[in-house]
Design a binder for this molecule. Structure first.
Ligand SMILES: [Zn+2]
Length: 75
């Protein structure tokens, strides 16, 4: 849906600045995923894969962070 608008914007930009080539300074990124570690959530007890730099103490997973999402599960 928004793709057409992006393209229009790109064309306008290109018209204004002929040197504008879209992605300036484009560099291909190496396919490297961030290292994950598994931490047990202190609230629900589920193991979650999180980035290495996540603090393990008092770890609360994403679903526990939004109480509204998980509240219905337990009475
Ligand atoms: Zn949790």
């Amino acid at each position: 849906m928004t793709r057409r608008k992006d393209r229009e914007r790109f064309l306008i930009r290109k018209k204004l600045d002929p040197k504008y080539g879209g992605f300036r300074g484009y560099q291909p990124k190496p396919e490297s995923k961030p290292e994950l570690k598994s931490i047990t959530c202190t609230l629900c007890g589920h193991r979650r894969n999180v980035p290495q730099d996540t603090e393990e103490a008092d770890f609360v997973c994403a679903s526990c962070h939004s109480p509204e999402a998980g509240e219905a599960a337990e009475g």
